[in-house]
Design a protein around this ligand. Structure first.
Ligand code: HEM
Length: 492
């Protein structure tokens, strides 16, 4: 008998119940007792094992984005961008790469409703021939803050109050009153797009700026955007109450049912690129994650399509244990100096070592589908069977060598150590432009949501005035309207 043939996955072939170690179980109904009534004997190994397994079924939920749904499919290149990147999976039109995608809400728990006003996560894992590429984005193209130092405080303010365990507007508006860079993100969150109809009808964006590098080493800053072929649809506030009241998993169900019915969700991938030699020509910092790159001067370029045509087989293995990280890139795609992205590169793998254990990248959903090799081994729950005598490098006995060198951004990094804010903050222009692009009804709904939030009795006069001043700087009439309705004198 080949002992390695019978891996845990093939254990399900057994026609009878067994313990985890494979011994037959002749009674899976009753515990082993002294007499007919009990007490139960500790030697009932099967009972103890069964209960102990059950007791440990839950793992820590994600610290953010706990609620999510995933599906599988493929990405296909439709347009040649090999002049911009040497990424193997983008090498030519027609090339297909398997993917797994996880959509999520951000703030509330694993079982929370999917109808809340909240950004949505849009994370794509490409299983390429040169390793995995994780594009871990959101449905909005910008973010609240631009320095990762503020992320834990930001999340604490958005999460439920640690005393009442209720999400409270006064805490959110207090924290963000110190951060006018959040206005642009709020111009999405408090807009109609703040509650997507479901996961199929929303856009996605890489949000952070990455770098594409071609074979010759030429680098371009890049932003990634997903556009759904079935269009963007949202729920208005009343609709969200109805939908959420009827089914708090409506978006998960919609995704699952659509794929089951053969109505495969599809998105087109676009990029925007900037030559780093021209980055100073803009009135904002292109690496500032609170900014969009105006499409009239930096047009969208089509790249490919994403099709989700397969539901996951197991929610725990392919959703709970799924682990994305913005640090997981492939040759031809690199990070930028975007400070928020730099913090993200660390944070995700760090939390996953805690949430899933140090060998989380061996889990089937996370492991690369290409050959891979290194000497990082052992640790809790290592289940790779390695048969080797040389586990150090370099060695004259081990033929594994370095991969071919791939290009990384050529820019020279210099500067003195500093803790500071970026130079071109320009916090108000883009949120003002966005508000003015809404039709009057949409503007009215936006104002109403702000009025409701600022009417929280625990929001102080000072905080209300600050918000009115911020929105006035974005758009004078918007600030004026808020001030009138809240009966506050604008401070500018
Ligand atoms: C410094 C800023 C940020 C930090 C420190 C951070 C940290 C985290 C952490 C710790 C997780 C949980 C990961 C896990 O348990 O597997 C997470 C999930 C996630 N984050 Fe961030 N995040 C940041 C900014 C962002 C931004 C700007 C975006 C959007 C582009 C984003 C999108 C996501 C998504 C989509 C997930 C869920 C991934 C999944 O489905 O498993 N995050 N983030």
């Amino acid at each position: 008998m080949d002992p390695y043939k019978y891996r845990p996955s093939s254990a399900f072939n057994s026609p009878f119940w067994s313990t985890n170690s494979g011994a037959p179980v002749w009674n899976n109904n009753s515990s082993l007792t002294v007499g007919t009534r009990g007490p139960i004997m500790l030697e009932d190994y099967h009972l103890v094992e069964k209960i102990a397994n059950f007791d440990r079924e839950r793992i820590p939920e994600r610290v953010v984005h706990a609620r999510g749904a995933s599906a599988k499919g493929f990405f296909e290149v439709t347009h040649d961008i090999s002049h911009l990147t040497c990424a193997d999976f983008l090498r030519a039109p027609g090339v297909q790469t398997p993917v797994i995608v996880r959509f999520s809400t951000v703030i509330h728990e694993r079982g929370s409703p999917e109808t809340l006003r909240d950004p949505r996560g849009f994370a794509v894992k490409f299983y390429t021939r040169e390793g995995n590429f994780d594009l871990v984005g959101n449905n909005f193209p910008v973010f609240f803050i631009r320095d990762g130092m503020k992320f834990p405080d930001m999340v604490h303010s958005l999460k439920p109050n640690p005393k009442s365990h209720i999400q409270e507007n006064w805490r959110i508006l207090d924290f963000f009153s110190h951060h006018p860079e959040s206005l642009h993100m709020f111009s999405f969150l408090f807009d109609d797009v703040g509650i997507p109809q479901d996961y199929r009808h929303m856009e996605g964006s890489g949000v952070n700026t990455y770098t594409l590098i071609n074979k010759t080493g030429k680098a371009h800053y890049v932003k990634f955007h997903w556009k759904p072929t079935c269009g963007v649809k949202c729920l208005l506030d009343d609709e969200a109450v109805m939908v959420g009241g009827a089914n708090h998993s409506h978006a998960t169900k919609d995704l699952y049912d659509s794929i089951q019915a053969g109505n495969y969700p599809e998105w087109k991938l676009f990029i925007q690129t900037i030559d780093p030699d021209h980055e100073d020509k803009l009135d904002f910092d292109p690496l500032d994650v609170t900014k969009t790159w105006p499409e009239d001067i930096i047009p969208l370029q089509p790249v490919g399509r994403l099709v989700l045509n397969k539901n996951i087989d197991n929610f725990f293995a392919e959703n709970e244990q799924l682990a994305f990280c913005p640090g997981v890139v492939v040759p031809g795609i690199y990070y930028s100096d975007d400070k928020l992205l730099q913090t993200r590169i660390f944070s995700y793998s760090d939390t996953q070592r805690h949430r899933l254990g140090p060998n989380y990248l061996m889990l089937p959903a996370n492991a690369p589908k290409c050959a891979h090799h290194n000497n990082h081994h052992d640790g809790f729950m290592n289940f790779l069977h390695r048969d080797e005598e040389v586990n150090y490098f370099p060695s004259r006995y081990d033929p594994v060598r370095h991969a071919e060198r791939f290009p990384i951004p050529p820019r020279i990094c210099t500067g003195k150590r500093e803790k500071c804010v970026i130079e071109k903050e320009n916090n108000f222009k883009q949120p003002g432009e966005r508000y003015r692009s809404f039709d009057p009804d949409r503007q009215e709904r936006f104002i109403k949501r702000w009025f409701d939030a600022l009417s929280d009795p625990r929001v102080t006069h000072e905080i209300r005035s600050i918000w009115i001043s911020y929105w006035s700087q974005a758009d004078k009439s918007l600030g004026q309207k808020l001030a009138t309705r809240l009966n506050v004198k604008p401070s500018m």
